[in-house]
Write a protein that binds this ligand. Sequence first.
Ligand code: NAD
Ligand code: UDP
Length: 314
Amino acid sequence: MKRILVTGGAGFIGSHLCVRLLEEGNEVICLDNYFTGSKRNILPLFQNPLFEAIRHDITIPFHAEVDEIYNLACPASPIHYQFDSIKTIQTSVMGAINMLGLAKRVKAKILQASTSEVYGDPIIHPQTESYWGNVNPIGPRSCYDEGKRCAESLFMNYHIQNRVAIKIIRIFNTYGPNMNQNDGRVISNFIVQALKGEDITIFGDGLQTRSFQYVDDLVEGMVRMMNTGDDFLGPVNIGNPNEFTMLELAQNIIDLIGSKSKLIFLPLPQDDPKQRQPDISLARQKLGDWTPKIQLRDGLQKTINYFEELLKEG
Ligand code: NAD
Ligand code: UDP
């Protein structure tokens, strides 16, 4: 049994990761300031004596004797990370320094949840890990993109300078149950709008693309990444390479729900990436043939079921 710290454990991905780590018989400490996460996401876990949740902001140092740290704390939706952009940078940068400092002191392995956003509006397609990206350093997305890029640099430098065992994954658009219904990301927006019969908000012409990964596939990749024997591995893309336009996504959701919602077209936010698709050759090679198993319509159906229940709760 390991003692594992999950920062951002009450968030969408973090809550699924906590479940998985507990199922494997580990002790789990969830750290969260509940900015975008919720106690609802982790409520069932309190029945397990191996689970502990602590309200804590990772911009403040934290100490606990742990074997592994998964660093997920950071708002991930553009509307939330832009709400207080300076705080987002603090969370990414100071949070990384605090968690790396902890890993150094207690000799824990640490995994960083980085993002496909480090590639910005990519010119290389699909994106391989060797691509350095195309990020506007002063644009509205930069608090997140540059914060995450700086965190990757901190992880690398703590490894080189202090021999901390590090892993870096670059997560591509991921969805599933436990997303916040006001999250603002495209899948939760479209599903909630379609369930309520409201207009579906397409930003721009809807021809921009994303490649959507169901959360269970991500969690499998994350755990495999932490468990490789390497003292250093990454960055490794974790995503599902099946790529869709936002129009295709909207149509899939409308069909699955049988919704009467209409599409409306709103302005495209500044610096919105035009295309995104992971090259996952490295993940397949390094993570024991890891490959995403859940394809879009199956994953959407599970997510629709979740939001249906959530909306009934009111
Ligand atoms: P989320 O917003 O649901 O979860 C983030 C969690 O971090 C929330 O519970 C929030 O309350 C917590 N948090 C935020 N700031 C904090 C702070 N200063 N101290 C402590 N807790 C704090 O988002 P998510 O989708 O679950 O994303 C989790 C991680 O994965 C993030 O680091 C995100 O950047 C990364 N990621 C997610 C995606 C995706 O598609 N979901 C893609 C790329 C990267
Ligand atoms: N998007 C949209 N309607 C919405 C929310 C988002 O058309 O209600 C678009 C957004 O402009 C982007 C894509 O969907 O092109 C994915 O947006 P999201 O915020 O989910 O993720 P990210 O842009 O960070 O990949």
